[in-house]
Design a protein around this ligand. Structure first.
Ligand SMILES: Nc1ncnc2c1ncn2[C@@H]1O[C@H](COP(=O)(O)OP(=O)(O)O)[C@@H](O)[C@H]1O
Ligand SMILES: [Mg+2]
Length: 249
C-alpha cells in the first residue's frame, strides 16, 4: 500500500507546474515535501486525493489509478485520505462540532450518537474539547488549524495529507501540531505527507524528505541524507541562502 506518482505533468494555462514528477510514499512513513513558493507542492498534494487530474503520467493510491476512478470510487478513496488544507477551510456558519463531523454524516454505518462520540474524541485529541459549540470565527488561528486537523482525522483515514499545517503558528503551537502528526503515525499507523516551510519541523517529524524544484524532485532521502546533501540548490534552500541556490546548474 502506497501513494505513487509517475511522471506526472500538470500545467495551468502556459505555466508548467509539475514536470515529470515521480515520487513514492511508502505505507507507514511520514514524508515531508519542501520547496519554494510556487514550486508545485500543493498541486502535487491535490493529485494524491484526486482533487486535480494529471495532464500526463499516473497517480496511484493503494494500487488504484486515481485519475481513472468514477465518482463513487473516488468518494471511497477520500474516506481513506484525510486532507488538512493550507487554510483551515472551515465552514463559517457551522459550529466546530458540525465541521468536524461533516465527513461522518455521509458514512451510512455511523449513528448520530456514534458521530457525537467520534467528534468529541477528535476534539480531545487536538485539545479543543471546550470549543464544540463555537463558531470558527470565535477561535484563534492555531485553534482553527487544529479544528481542521480534527476534521481530517474524523473518518480515521489511512493516509493524511497536510498542506502547511504549521505555517503562521507560534513555535509552541507548531510543536503541538508536529507532535500530533508523529502520534498519528506512531499510534495509528497513518501514512503522512506533510508540506512544510519549517525545516525544524521537517527534520523532527519525517522518515523521508522530498524537495520539489520547478515541478520535479530535486532531492529525496532521509533527514540525515538531506543534512549531508551538497547540491547547492538543496543546501541553499534549507540554509536559507538564495545566493547559493543561484550557483546551481
Ligand atoms: N488552480 C490554479 N489555476 C492556475 N494556476 C494555479 C492553480 N493552482 C496553482 N497554480 C499555480 O501553480 C504554481 C504552483 O502552485 P502551488 O502548487 O500552489 O505551489 P506551492 O504549494 O509549492 O507554493 C503557482 O505558480 C500557482 O500560481
Ligand atoms: Mg502551497
Amino acid at each position: 500500500m502506497s501513494i505513487e506518482l509517475f511522471d506526472v505533468e500538470k500545467a495551468f494555462g502556459k505555466t508548467q507546474v509539475l514536470n515529470r514528477l515521480t515520487l513514492t510514499i511508502h505505507e507507514g512513513q511520514t514524508v515531508s515535501i519542501i520547496g519554494g513558493s510556487g514550486s508545485g507542492k500543493s498541486t502535487a498534494l491535490k493529485h494524491m486525493v484526486g482533487l486535480l487530474r494529471p495532464d500526463d503520467g499516473e497517480v496511484y493510491v493503494d494500487e488504484q489509478n486515481v485519475s481513472r476512478l468514477d465518482q463513487e470510487s473516488l468518494y471511497q478513496l477520500r474516506r481513506n485520505v484525510g486532507y488538512v488544507f493550507q487554510f483551515a477551510a472551515l465552514f463559517d456558519s457551522m459550529t466546530i462540532a458540525e465541521n468536524v463531523g461533516m465527513g461522518l454524516k455521509r458514512m451510512p454505518d455511523m449513528s448520530g450518537d456514534a458521530i457525537d462520540q467520534r467528534v468529541s474524541e477528535c476534539l480531545q485529541m487536538v485539545d479543543l474539547e471546550g470549543t464544540a459549540e463555537k463558531l470558527p470565527s470565535e477561535l484563534s488561528g492555531g485553534q482553527r488549524k487544529r479544528a481542521g486537523f480534527a476534521r481530517a482525522i474524523a473518518t480515521r483515514p489511512k493516509y493524511m495529507l497536510y498542506d502547511e499545517p504549521t505555517t503562521g503558528l507560534d513555535p509552541v503551537t507548531t510543536a503541538v501540531i508536529d507532535e500530533l502528526i508523529v502520534r498519528m503515525s506512531d499510534e495509528l499507523g497513518v501514512t503522512g505527507v506533510v508540506i512544510t516551510h519549517d525545516m525544524k519541523s521537517a527534520f523532527r517529524i519525517s522518515d523521508r524528505i522530498a524537495m520539489l524544484y520547478h515541478g520535479g524532485i530535486r532531492f529525496e532521502g532521509t533527514p540525515d541524507e538531506l543534512r549531508m546533501c551538497e547540491d547547492p540548490v538543496v543546501k541553499g534552500f534549507i540554509e536559507g541562502r538564495p545566493k547559493l541556490m543561484r550557483l546551481a546548474p
